[in-house]
Design a protein around this ligand. Structure first.
Ligand code: NAD
Length: 309
């Protein structure tokens, strides 16, 4: 059995794969022409949010039986093309939840307390005590858009750790028990945007959520509110967001994900003091990577009917 590991995989997961008897070909993020060659000869391919596993790549994999995503979010994999050929797609949806939720809270604090701004100014030798005045989170309204694994974890930390009030919007309403535990109120998107002091986005990127946060929706937000996006860049219309931040429709933003990644150099977002930017590091923790790697490798080993030696 042969596995192409086309993205970094936690060392323990890699060892488990080899111990189960897989011959491992390791090629980190191969360009498409190389991937098209490598895929011809393998039974399973392991990826993260890259490389792209297109219909063309899938059709070249004549021996391919499984695609394993060490993490969550299948937007780089043509799942329909895989299913049409009976190829199984595995992922580790639970693995990054805590890490992404904690980064979300970090961005929230960094924006409302102007931590990144203050740090930048300190390094320039400027003591911006007055300009860096912020606001507290306690008692503020957190609006969670997409109340799934990560959205709920953010709500839990915000409610239990910071005493924020939680409102949420989702296509599906949560269990009443969870609503009660988190004192979370279900509202429509318009109400959420009008009421929240912090809007945090946690929906997947789908045709329905593409530019869900657009110019007219940004205009609904309070001028004192901040937007946090650790989901996918395409959920927010970047041009509209830049306008909103420049013209003061909202007070700030914390972003881990972008429509174009890596974010181009000198992008307008990098010129704004009221924005905190991180390079898609939501799941980049030792713990999340270990969980993601081990979870998908276990699923793959089970699928091929192999056991760890
Ligand atoms: P999840 O599937 O558990 O939750 C997503 C929620 O969004 C669900 O409750 C679903 O009902 C809701 N939803 C779907 N379409 C919707 C729509 N059109 N309108 C309103 N609600 C809708 O997913 P999750 O594990 O919580 O992940 C959430 C997001 O975080 C995903 O976009 C994922 O790609 C992203 N993510 C980012 C990182 C990172 O590194 N920043 C890491 C992992 C996941």
């Amino acid at each position: 059995m042969k596995a192409l590991v086309a993205a970094p995989l936690h060392k323990d997961a890699l060892r488990m794969l080899q111990e189960a008897g897989f011959e491992v070909v390791y090629e980190e993020y191969p360009p498409e022409d190389k991937l098209l060659k490598l895929i011809e000869d393998v039974d399973v391919v392991f990826v993260r949010s890259k490389p792209l596993i297109t219909a063309a790549v899938i059709s070249r994999g004549s021996k391919l039986k499984a695609i394993a995503r060490a993490g969550v979010g299948l937007d780089n994999i043509d799942v329909k093309a895989a299913e049409a050929r009976g190829i199984k797609v595995f992922s580790a949806p639970e693995a990054p939840t805590v890490s992404v939720a904690e980064l979300t809270i970090g961005l929230m604090l960094a924006v409302v307390r102007k931590i990144a701004y203050a740090d930048r100014k300190m390094r320039e030798g400027k003591w911006v005590k007055k300009e860096a005045e912020g606001i507290e989170l306690r008692g503020k309204i957190l609006g969670v858009v997409g109340f799934g694994r990560i959205g709920r974890e953010v709500a839990r930390i915000a409610k239990k750790g910071f005493g924020m009030k939680v409102i949420y919007y989702d296509i599906a309403r949560a269990d009443p028990k969870l609503e009660e535990e988190l004192e979370a109120t279900y509202v429509d998107l318009e109400t959420l945007l009008k009421k929240a002091d912090v809007v945090s986005i946690h929906v997947p990127l789908t045709p329905e959520t593409k530019h869900l946060i657009n110019e007219s929706r940004l205009k609904l937000m309070k001028s004192s509110a901040v937007l946090i996006n650790t989901s996918r860049g395409g959920v927010v219309d970047t041009n509209a967001l830049v306008k909103a931040l420049n013209e003061g429709w909202i007070a700030g933003a914390g972003l881990d994900v972008f429509e174009e990644e890596p974010l181009p150099q000198n992008h307008p977002l990098t010129k704004l003091d009221n924005v905190v930017l991180t390079p898609h590091i939501g799941a980049s923790t030792e713990e999340a990577q270990e969980r993601a790697g081990l979870e998908v490798v276990k699923k793959v080993i089970e699928f091929f009917g192999l056991t760890k030696k």
